[in-house]
Design a protein around this ligand. Structure first.
Ligand SMILES: *[C@@H]1O[C@H](CO)[C@@H](O)[C@H](O)[C@H]1NC(C)=O
Ligand SMILES: *[C@@H]1O[C@H](CO)[C@@H](O)[C@H](O)[C@H]1NC(C)=O
Ligand SMILES: *[C@@H]1O[C@H](CO)[C@@H](O)[C@H](O)[C@H]1NC(C)=O
Ligand SMILES: *[C@@H]1O[C@H](CO)[C@@H](O)[C@H](O)[C@H]1NC(C)=O
Length: 380
């Protein structure tokens, strides 16, 4: 009997108007299918109207528009002959907000390499928007490393770690913040998050001044204060590189030794943080309430089951504010209802999620929910 772990990780954040231009970050991960065939999954954010064309009414659909201003695609940039295109940037629309001017989507694709590698697959372009602390206004790059040599411990090829975030988090100006990024590894390897550097992040390296990163649980801690150079309403870029490390010493391809200090692969995660000032205390923010599953909780289902969850949010210390949206990132076939008021609870709203699973979904999946109120607030 096959079981599936389904991991739900929840965050609450506020959104106000965004001035994002063009590329808004993204991530990619992969797993071996058979032989040297690899299945990749990428998620990306764009300024509304500048990406493949996700809109509010197209959520769940494949969108295929040309990307404004750039002929850009996923390419194998190391280990292949030449720099072959392995996928274009078209994707399934996962969320969009015209007012806040962003769209996001995800796509999976297969690519068959001609040998076990290692390889680098990258998505590169020229137009990161201008960001705070003098960052952005330049090239972007998100890239992953792939090594298909057989692991001595699992007798199969490695799978990369998986990380997920929203395109933009709105985190109140002049407050203390802790943001936990959900990560997992299908092989049970140790996963560490690090700040991206050099060509891992191009124009958005070190974009969050004074921030601390707890590598083990991928938690970013920072104070959005004037002392540290943060500004009311400014946008900042965050670029992480996430590596997996074997729990014990292993070999790859029968000879190349990897100790628990040696990374097996890496994936990128780049996203935005905006720091608007609000006339309210730092602790008045949206929160998820019962019957939302606990943050990080795992639901286990048989392949073929339909998983149903309700994600419910209110506005903690200030119930005069409504929840205006709940944004979700998760498996492509996760179906979400419209945002609905929760009967009997003032200004409390929910979305019903259903996921019809199939044997292709076996493995762990992350769902990332962000609750947004009418005017302000931050992380849970
Ligand atoms: C991207 O590739 C997909 C799948 O091969 C194809 O359906 C789509 O038309 C392509 N999109 C563009 C903009 O070329
Ligand atoms: C990749 O290939 C596998 C097995 O051949 C198939 O089950 C899967 O649907 C393919 N994925 C995509 C995105 O085409
Ligand atoms: C490892 O894989 C090889 C080739 O597929 C197979 O012959 C062998 O029995 C496997 N060993 C284990 C321990 O699973
Ligand atoms: C992350 O780890 C640090 C240090 O061990 C701990 O203090 C913190 O509570 C953890 N954060 C989360 C969100 O688990």
């Amino acid at each position: 009997m096959t079981t599936k772990l389904y991991r739900l990780t929840l965050f609450a954040a506020v959104l106000t108007t965004s001035l994002a231009r063009h590329f808004g970050g993204g991530t990619i991960n992969w797993k071996p299918v058979e032989g040297y065939k690899v299945e990749f999954v990428f998620k990306m954010g764009w300024t509304y109207g500048m990406g493949p064309g996700c809109t509010e009414t197209k959520i769940g659909q494949f969108v295929n528009g040309p990307i404004s201003g750039d002929q850009t695609a996923w390419k194998c940039t190391q280990g292949c002959t030449g720099r072959p295109i392995i996928s274009n940037a078209s994707y399934y629309c996962m969320g969009a907000n015209q007012l806040e001017r962003w769209e996001q989507g995800q796509m999976s694709f297969n690519y068959t390499f001609s040998n076990p590698g290692p390889f680098v697959a990258a998505f590169e372009g020229r137009k990161w928007m201008a960001l705070g602390h003098g960052k952005g206004s330049g090239p972007w790059r998100i890239a992953t490393t792939i090594d298909l040599r057989t692991r001595s411990d699992t007798n199969t090829s490695n799978s990369s770690p998986v990380a997920l975030s929203q395109v933009i988090y709105y985190m109140q100006y002049d407050c203390h913040h802790e943001l936990q990024i959900p990560v997992l590894d299908p092989d049970g390897d140790e996963v560490l998050c690090q700040w991206a550097k050099g060509n891992e992040c191009e124009a958005v390296c070190n974009g969050l001044r004074g921030a601390r990163l707890i590598e083990e649980n991928c938690t970013i801690i920072f104070d959005s204060t004037a002392t540290l150079g943060y500004k009311d309403g400014e946008m900042y870029g965050v670029a992480l590189t996430i590596h997996d490390y074997p729990q014990t010493a292993i070999t790859l391809g029968g000879q190349d030794r990897k100790t628990p200090m040696d990374s097996l692969s890496s994936v990128p995660l780049q996203f935005l943080i905006r720091t608007p000032a609000f006339p309210t205390a730092c602790n008045e923010r949206p929160r998820f309430v019962s019957s939302t599953p606990q943050q990080g909780s795992k639901l286990t289902a048989q392949a073929g089951d339909t998983v149903s969850i309700r994600v419910v949010a209110d506005n903690s210390n200030d119930f005069t504010k409504k929840i205006s949206s709940i944004d979700l990132m998760g498996p492509v076939d996760l179906h979400q209802s419209a945002l609905m008021p929760d009967p009997g609870h003032t200004n409390t709203f929910f979305k019903a999620l259903t996921w019809q699973t199939s044997s292709a979904d076996i493995g762990e999946h992350i769902v990332c929910a962000t609750a947004v109120n009418e005017r302000r607030s931050v992380m849970l």
